[in-house]
Design a protein around this ligand. Structure first.
Ligand SMILES: [Zn+2]
Length: 229
């Protein structure tokens, strides 16, 4: 059961198409699992279309109309920059069937086809792409029982659980849950459940900051990696 949803303000902004792509991607992944938010979104879309239909039509100059039609016919590349960190492997694993539809372009060969980088014995990560606003979109894989070192946030971090589950001081998060953390939140230390690996999609606005004595040594590396293209 899903217990963690986007706020109504965030869902309204999603409906209006005004969210940065990194945030919209996380909410799309949540929506694929959450019937409640899909119903709420449908209502918001209906309200939006009703409001639009009540607007008085305004004549548009031909030049602007031609520009809009040209943009529709020849869309510019997405504002998300793919990093191409993929493995050529096309071997499918059980969890590959859980790849959200909204991520199929970025993860064409499923989770097992990604070029996972080992961050610790129990944690692997891979960068999928960067948003033009500087947010970094990553996949994180934590082995059963694995722990992420205690850390703070220096910007907003959005996490969607795609497979398995993890917990921290604030609760337990299961498949489909979406979690928002920012610099006002105190440090946390996520731990994957013992019975399965946990795979998450994350959008990180600014590098996280490890708080433990040894883990702090990695902070400069994390900062460099975040701002690398
Ligand atoms: Zn929801």
């Amino acid at each position: 059961m899903i217990n963690h949803h986007p706020s109504s303000d965030r869902l309204t902004a999603f409906s209006a198409g005004s969210l940065p792509l990194s945030q919209a991607l996380c909410i799309s992944a949540h929506l694929e699992h959450c019937a409640q938010c899909r119903r709420d979104l449908k209502q918001l879309n209906q309200v939006g279309s009703e409001l639009l239909s009540q607007l008085t039509p305004v004549a548009v100059p031909d030049a602007l109309k031609n520009k809009v039609m040209a943009a529709i016919n020849n869309p510019e590349p997405t504002s998300i920059v793919e990093t191409g960190e993929r493995s050529p492997s096309s071997i499918k694993h059980h969890s590959d069937s859980q790849t959200p539809r909204c991520l199929k372009k970025l993860i064409p060969n499923g989770f097992s086809g990604l070029n996972w980088k080992r961050l610790s014995p129990s944690i692997h990560a891979t960068k999928l792409c960067s948003d033009v606003n500087g947010s970094k979109i990553e996949m994180i894989k934590i082995q059963p029982g694995g722990q992420v070192a205690s850390h703070n946030h220096t910007g907003e971090e959005i996490t969607v659980v795609l497979s398995g589950s993890f917990s921290d001081d604030s609760g337990i998060y299961r498949q489909g849950d979406i979690i928002f953390r920012n610099k006002e939140d105190k440090y946390h230390r996520p731990i994957a459940s013992q019975d399965s690996e946990c795979i998450c999609l994350t959008s990180v606005e600014a590098p996280i900051q490890f708080t433990g004595f040894f883990a702090r040594l990695f902070n400069p590396l994390i900062r460099r990696s975040h701002y690398a293209s």
